[in-house]
Write a protein that binds this ligand. Sequence first.
Ligand SMILES: NC(=O)c1ccc[n+]([C@@H]2O[C@H](COP(=O)([O-])OP(=O)(O)OC[C@H]3O[C@@H](n4cnc5c(N)ncnc54)[C@H](O)[C@@H]3O)[C@@H](O)[C@H]2O)c1
Length: 346
Amino acid sequence: MEEYRDILNELCRESKTWLITGCACFIGSNLLKVLLKCNQYVVGLDNFSTGSPKNIDDVKNLVNEQQWERFNFINGDIRNACDCDNALMWSANRPVEYVLHQAALGSVPRSIDDPTETNGVNITGFLNVLMALKKSKVKRLVYAASSSTYGDIQDVPKVEHSIGSPMSPYAVTKYANELYANVFHKVYGLNSIGLRYFNVFGPRQNVNGAYAAVIPKWISQVITGQGIIINGDGSTSRDFCYIDNVVQANLRAALIQSETAINHIYNIANGESTSLNALLKFIIAEISTTLKTVSPEIDMQDFRLGDALHSLADIRKAQNFLGYKPQYKVFDGLTKTISWYVNQYK
Ligand SMILES: NC(=O)c1ccc[n+]([C@@H]2O[C@H](COP(=O)([O-])OP(=O)(O)OC[C@H]3O[C@@H](n4cnc5c(N)ncnc54)[C@H](O)[C@@H]3O)[C@@H](O)[C@H]2O)c1
């Protein structure tokens, strides 16, 4: 399998054309940064419902002028079929070749509060993307699936072929994506790869609001001296995965040549288990050494509805078929992430 740096070098030598749906989000903007830095042509589609123009501005500041000129942004909605069709051309003679589909309404609690809205974006929107691709010459779709698809299965670690029953409307939508992608391959020959992300974290993740993920929320609360709420007793564990590993997985999934690797689902994680207690301890220690000594008030509350107690991935399938090799362990990624957030608050 190719080394990741060789894949990046190869990309830099030959410009391809990409669509990133949800390009104003945390994961989408990090994909955008790496693709533009590799001199790729990129169309970005987002309706800014949870993503932010600031994420795109940040990327603009990280690339050079020529690289930035290779980016076309469409302010559009995947629930609108025309927006999906329009996003598949960078220009009249430059059709999109690879699609990295990130657009969705994330968050288990959001989907419990409003299942209809989540269903509309995550299922109808996804179907619109597939319908647009069916008519196009796109070589491959790589889409954001989710570890929530494991539902109530107790197996640890989670292996791709063995899933339980969904525990939230969000999980239903992400599983429906996998089913639709599979059917579009069988019926229409559309090639895709689904990446079941496990708790991704890193720079540009949203810290605000009721639906913020635990890592950016806690980092921001510790930096700003707020109290911390732990849902449960802190023994809940997750396979937290640093964003650069996820970017690597997307590029490998888009570019892998082997036929046996295509039209499969892969766990994308670190393969490491970290409890919420260990996570919080590390965040507090790291911020205390880099910024100021902190000792936030900690309030233990009930476990959250729809949340699995433990989530750990078996990543051997991605390693064997895609050549995926996580470059960052959890605490290495956390150190980089905390440093990024600390700079934001200076
Ligand atoms: N962050 C994680 O840990 C994680 C874990 C599993 C799966 N995922 C999936 O990864 C993807 C990216 O997630 P994220 O964490 O970067 O943040 P996110 O979920 O906020 O990103 C979604 C992006 O899609 C955009 N969007 C939402 N509805 C849209 C619509 N109707 N039309 C166009 N754009 C729309 C939002 O504005 C946002 O920029 C999502 O599909 C999410 O479900 C994320």
